[in-house]
Design a protein around this ligand. Structure first.
Ligand SMILES: [Zn+2]
Ligand SMILES: [Zn+2]
Length: 265
């Protein structure tokens, strides 16, 4: 099976009508970050919420975890949908523990344990790798105002790989982490007109994303975590530094059939 990433949402922290904050589905059962309405939005991709077996959280800013109660609620039917399903696995920085506890409290899990799936929390750290079937997930550093991760997904059979940066300002280690990947999915939340890195927010401009793409020799760059009205300006600015750039759209998918072979749908 080819490595596949579906773009559940691509928006910034305050999505508008019909939009979804930035989150992804890898190979149909791995959710990366949990946008506002992720439990509903995945269904537009033909995926049932009970199909989600793994959730990777890049960091615990609100727009990346806000849909967690809803996903847990909908995923609670996982054992009924598949008796062999096993627990839901959640991976992320240490902040994931209090955030999951808060989601459970919101769901009143003490009173209604049936509305929460059996689950396990795994704290993950840079330079660690996790094996999920034929997939290897490498954990990388992000440069953001709180503990944050980047993730690299590699199909160990086809060798195709995708990097999801999460929210991050430019840092030198990112290009090394993304070295020779097939698709670099990079945030571009800072406007192209910004004069440099805003030390308070620590986001990337499109030209910063292009720099990482160029330095890492990635095959292609996909920009996410943006405001719709910024898309055109963002794309032209990024293309100056890295021509094989696209602005990812909600509902798109990319299949990586092998090194250098990415098919967009
Ligand atoms: Zn953030
Ligand atoms: Zn964000």
């Amino acid at each position: 099976m080819a490595l596949e990433v579906a773009f559940i949402g691509v928006s910034s922290a305050y999505p508008g009508d019909g939009e979804e904050s930035t989150c992804f589905l890898v190979n149909g059962d791995i959710l990366v970050d949990v946008g506002f309405n992720a439990g509903i939005s995945v269904q537009a991709l033909g995926v049932a919420p009970t199909d989600i077996d793994h959730i990777f959280i890049t960091h615990c800013h609100h727009d990346h975890v806000i849909g967690l109660p809803g996903v847990l609620f909908l995923n609670s039917k996982r054992a009924a949908a598949d008796r062999e399903a096993g627990p839901l696995h959640l991976y992320g920085p240490q902040d994931l523990t209090p955030v999951t506890s808060a989601a459970l409290a919101f769901l009143q899990a003490d009173r209604y344990p049936q509305v929460v799936p059996e689950h396990e929390i795994h704290h993950v750290y840079p330079d660690e790798s996790i094996e999920i079937g034929d997939l290897r997930v490498d954990v990388g550093r992000a440069f953001h105002p709180l503990d944050a991760r980047s993730y690299r997904f590699t199909d160990t059979v086809t060798r195709g790989s995708v990097v999801i940066t999460g929210d991050t300002a430019y840092h030198e280690g990112l290009a090394e982490f993304a070295k020779d990947c097939d698709v670099l999915i990079h945030e571009a939340a800072a406007p192209p007109t910004a004069s440099g890195i805003n030390q308070r927010y620590l986001h990337s401009r499109p030209q910063d994303a292009a720099r990482v793409a160029q330095e890492s020799s990635t095959s292609s760059l996909a920009l996410v975590h943006y405001q719709t009205d910024q898309a055109a300006a963002m794309l032209s600015r990024a293309k100056e530094g890295f021509p094989n750039t696209r602005v990812a759209r909600k509902g798109q998918r990319v299949k990586i059939l092998g090194p250098g072979q990415a098919a967009w749908v």
